[in-house]
Design a protein around this ligand. Structure first.
Ligand code: FES
Ligand code: FES
Length: 203
């Protein structure tokens, strides 16, 4: 009978990098012309939208009721942004719109046209794994093991980047308060806090 191999830290990190969008490099955007939802052409009331995400312009055709989260994941295949509760309660879907963090499950894609949207895929600099540089908050999450399963991690990181920029990470208490909208079911809070506080203290 084959024995089970324990999943070591480095292999877990490698796995998470490639599955959570922590780096975002495995989610290379497709050509703009490719973005058409498979079923949108037969959906009554579908309309043409244009979203500016991570510095690129993405046309898509979707129903006006499509949330930004679904537009990102289901239409544009930017799956680094996660769907947890789909009700604004977990923070897994956090993205930035014009530099401010929002829960993308609670806003319609059609309302975000003409705005600058940043997702976890847009945080690192550089387009390929050879030259890319992680955002300091991504680096800190890796350093402090700020995740276990990694599902909440993209939302935690997007929220943390904004939290630091807002000046809401100047103490442990303040950081916990202003990150309270991001739930981690694995309970990695202590490590997440350490990662955020390190980056905030260095600024
Ligand atoms: Fe949006 Fe939970 S999926 S807050
Ligand atoms: Fe698993 Fe946060 S790392 S939910």
């Amino acid at each position: 009978m084959a024995s089970k191999q324990p999943l070591g830290n480095s292999s877990r990190r490698t796995f998470l990098k490639h599955t959570t969008g922590l780096v975002g490099l495995t989610l290379a955007p497709m050509n703009q012309a490719d973005y058409i939802a498979p079923s949108s052409s037969v959906v009554q009331g579908a309309t043409d939208l244009t979203l500016r995400i991570n510095g690129r312009v993405y046309p898509l055709r979707a129903e006006p009721r499509t949330t930004l989260l679904d537009a990102l994941r289901e239409y544009l295949h930017l799956t680094g942004t996660k769907k947890g509760c789909d009700h604004g309660q977990c923070g897994a879907c956090t993205v930035h719109v014009n530099g401010e963090r929002i829960t993308s499950c609670l806003t319609l894609a059609i309302m975000q046209q003409g705005k600058d949207i940043t997702t976890i895929e847009g945080l690192s600099k550089g387009d390929d794994s050879a030259t890319a540089r992680l955002h300091p908050v991504q680096e800190a999450f890796l350093k402090h093991d700020g995740f276990q399963c990694g599902y909440c991690t993209p939302g935690q990181i997007m929220s943390a980047v904004a939290c630091i920029r807002e000046g809401h990470a100047t103490s442990d208490h303040q950081c916990r308060e202003w990150m309270s909208g991001n739930i981690c079911r694995c309970g990695a809070y202590a490590n997440i806090l350490a990662a955020i506080r390190e980056v905030a203290s260095a600024q």
